[in-house]
Design a protein around this ligand. Structure first.
Ligand code: ASP
Ligand code: MG
Length: 442
């Protein structure tokens, strides 16, 4: 069985939904995971924020506007009168519930309930489109099998049991449709896998059914060798290893949710990225195979905070690093980059929820400097640290202030910390040097 996941743009219009329908019209059995139509989750987050801040009337107006948009999509999508009526009833009922939600007291659960509507709507509409076109299709409600545990990690045993039970329960279908992103928490309440989490849903499902392949269909033809939002003439990469893809996704390549690679890497299930708007393009195939050597791709992650922690005793007393890391562990704050000198350690975090408390604790045994608005520029490629051309990149960047360098932590990654205001220049200089000089084959 295959798993296909289609992102917000892929289901973002009637034309694109029909394109998705054509893409999945192959003979293999498959589970199709869908995002919300593009823009919908953002609109729902906004509605939730309005409810939270007591702007109930504005929230209601937004809900009504969104309802109208969906009504016109339903009208264009379906020609069969019975199906059109069924979907229209479903859509209106969901929006009625949303309107009712605006008068409830605000809570995390209310927020999660509001934002879950995008995927519920898109999957219902799409499953009825397939039905209209004569496909053998069944809707699998994600909330009947997707669950995270008390650490917010996928509850793989539960997911596997329940998903397989649901698939086996009724007569088999060729295509199963389910919602990305949404799931239950350990208490059985509605939550989600964070923004962009539908990719993660797809690979969790892929692992649960031991799929032959997971395909993520989006609006770009795979991973690019640099960030196409900031750099011209980037190119799609045809192959990446799980490690390379995981690092690029984690360090800012927007195409994949950062956790996506993990479930399929463990079972060696190929992960393919494809472009809904150009299905014939090769895309990126992610497997355990290693292709090429040296710098292959660059990504950047913003919103990084650098923390320099200097031991108050001049020499790095033993146990100092342990004490430092224990503070971060206590506040469940993960560290991305680390460099040390004899008397200090510098590290970066991207989650500043507990920064104040962390700072207070560190100050008991160290002096602390905090710098915000930093970016990590991450260079990825097989054996990158051994490649003879790699050190030259520091000449190219001689005018850029590099705050930290992580070199050698893994053979496949070099990370540079720069001020976010220098990020664009860094990415562009690296692009010109690495890919245009022809030093490294893409
Ligand atoms: N709809 C959700 C979002 O916009 C999940 C996803 O698209 O992956 O974040
Ligand atoms: Mg996405």
């Amino acid at each position: 069985m295959l798993v296909y996941k289609f992102g917000g743009t892929s289901v973002g219009s009637v034309v694109n939904m029909n394109q998705v329908k054509d893409i999945i019209a192959t003979r293999n059995r498959k589970i199709v995971v869908l995002s919300a139509m593009s823009g919908t989750t953002n609109a729902l987050v906004e509605i939730s924020t309005l409810v939270e801040s007591g702007n109930v009337n504005t929230a209601k107006k937004c809900i009504e506007t969104l309802n109208e948009t969906y009504n016109s999509v339903v009208y264009d999508l379906l020609q069969d009168e019975t199906l059109r009526q069924e979907v229209s009833n479903y859509v209106n009922a969901r929006f009625r519930l949303l309107l009712e939600a605006t008068s409830e007291p605000f809570s995390n659960l209310l927020h999660n309930t509001i934002v879950s509507n995008g995927e519920l709507l898109s999957t219902f509409m799409f499953s009825r489109l397939l039905q209209q076109e004569g496909f053998s299709v069944r809707l699998l409600p994600a909330l009947d099998f997707m669950r995270v545990d008390s650490h917010n990690e996928p509850d793989n045993f539960y997911i596997k049991q329940n998903l397989n039970r649901l698939i086996d329960a009724e007569s088999p279908a060729d295509i199963y449709i389910t919602q990305g992103f949404i799931c239950l928490d350990a208490e059985g309440q509605i939550t989600n896998l964070q923004r962009g989490g539908s990719d993660y849903t797809a690979t969790i499902i892929g692992a649960a059914i031991e799929a032959d392949e997971v395909q993520i269909w989006t609006d770009i033809d795979g991973f690019h060798n640099n960030d196409p939002r900031y750099v011209n003439d980037t190119q799609a990469l045809s192959h990446l290893s799980y490690d390379e893809a995981a690092e690029l996704a984690y360090f800012g390549a927007k195409i994949l949710h950062p956790q996506t690679v993990m479930p399929v890497r463990q079972l060696d299930i190929p992960l393919r990225l494809k472009n809904t708007m150009a299905p014939q393009a090769h895309g990126t195939l992610i497997t355990n195979q290693i292709h090429g050597e040296g710098i292959k791709a660059i990504a950047a992650k913003d919103g990084i905070t650098a923390i320099k922690i200097k031991s108050v005793r001049m020499l790095l007393a033993h146990g100092f690093l342990k004490k430092v890391f224990e503070v971060f562990e206590r506040y469940e704050t993960s560290i991305d980059m680390v460099t040390t000198s004899e008397i200090a350690v510098s590290l970066t975090i991207d989650n500043t929820t507990h920064l104040e408390a962390i700072n207070e604790e560190l100050k008991k045994f160290a002096t602390v400097d905090i710098d915000e608005y930093m970016s990590i520029v991450c260079l990825v490629g097989n054996q990158i640290i051994y490649h003879p051309d790699t050190p030259e990149l520091f000449q190219v960047l001689q005018d850029v202030t590099i705050r930290m360098i992580a070199y050698g932590g893994s053979n496949n990654n070099i990370s540079l910390l720069v001020n976010t205001s220098d990020k664009l220049e860094t990415l562009q200089k690296l692009q010109r040097y690495v890919f245009e000089s022809g030093l490294v084959e893409v």
